[in-house]
Write a protein that binds this ligand. Structure first.
Ligand SMILES: Nc1ncnc2c1ncn2[C@@H]1O[C@H](COP(=O)(O)OP(=O)(O)OP(=O)(O)O)[C@@H](O)[C@H]1O
Ligand SMILES: [Mg+2]
Length: 184
C-alpha cells in the first residue's frame, strides 16, 4: 500500500468488525526528531492473549472467508521497513491500540494520502461510529471529532452532500494549515 491512510482504513475496519463505537486516530509528525507516529485505538471487544500473540502473522486471521489476514501484518512491515517499530495492545472487552512508528524522512515512508476520504468512508459506512482524529505536526495540532459535529448537526445526517463536502474540506485545510504555519 502506498498511502498511510489506506493502512489506517484497514486497521479501522478491524475496529469496526470488533464492534467499536469509537475509533481514535492520532498522527504525530515530528520533523526535528524525525518520526511519524500513528496510533489507532478502539473500544471494541479486543483480543485474547492468544489472538494478540498471532495478530502480526500474515497467516493468522479469524475471518472465515479466506485463510490469511493481511491488515495488521502489512502495516507492521511498512513501519519496520522505515526503521520504525510496531505494537498491538489489547484488552478483552475494553479495546485495542495499534501503534506504528516510522522514520519521518525515510525514503520508503509512504505519504499520508487522502485521510479525509478514509474518515468519510468510515463515517458513511458505519453511521453509529464516532471518529476522533488528531494530527500533530511538530507543536501544532488539528482535531476532528464526530461527537462535536453531531452536536452542531442535530437532525442533519452525515450523508447530506453539503456535510460531506464540509467535513472533507475541514480535514484537508486543517492538515494544510498545520504545515503552512510551520514554514512561516
Ligand atoms: N481492533 C481489533 N479488535 C479485535 N480484534 C482484532 C483487531 N484487529 C485485529 N484483530 C484480530 O486480528 C486478526 C488479524 O487482523 P488482520 O487485519 O491482520 O486480518 P483480517 O482482518 O483477519 O483480514 P484482512 O485485514 O486481510 O481483511 C483479525 O482477524 C482479528 O481476529
Ligand atoms: Mg483486517
Amino acid at each position: 500500500m502506498n498511502e498511510l491512510s489506506l493502512h489506517i482504513l484497514d486497521i479501522c475496519q478491524n475496529s469496526i468488525k470488533a464492534d467499536a463505537s469509537l475509533i481514535t486516530i492520532i498522527i504525530e509528525e515530528d520533523i526535528i526528531n524525525d518520526f511519524y507516529k500513528i496510533i489507532i485505538g478502539d473500544n471494541g471487544h479486543g483480543m485474547s492473549q492468544k489472538t494478540l500473540s498471532e495478530v502480526s502473522d500474515p497467516f493468522f486471521t479469524t475471518r472465515s472467508t479466506r485463510k490469511v489476514g493481511l491488515g495488521v501484518s502489512l502495516f507492521k512491515m511498512a513501519a519496520e521497513m522505515c526503521n520504525g517499530s510496531f505494537s498491538v495492545d489489547s484488552i478483552v472487552n475494553k479495546g485495542t491500540v495499534v501503534t506504528a512508528l516510522f522514520e519521518h524522512g525515510h525514503i520508503d515512508r509512504a505519504p499520508l494520502g487522502d485521510i479525509g476520504e478514509t474518515i468519510m468512508i468510515l463515517i458513511l459506512n458505519e453511521k453509529d461510529i464516532d471518529i476522533y482524529y488528531e494530527h500533530i505536526y511538530n507543536n501544532k495540532k488539528y482535531v476532528f471529532d464526530t461527537r462535536e459535529i453531531r452536536k452542531v448537526l442535530g437532525d442533519i445526517p452525515f450523508t447530506e452532500y453539503s456535510v460531506i463536502l464540509w467535513i472533507k474540506d475541514n480535514i484537508v485545510n486543517g492538515i494544510k494549515n498545520l504545515q503552512k504555519e510551520e514554514t512561516k
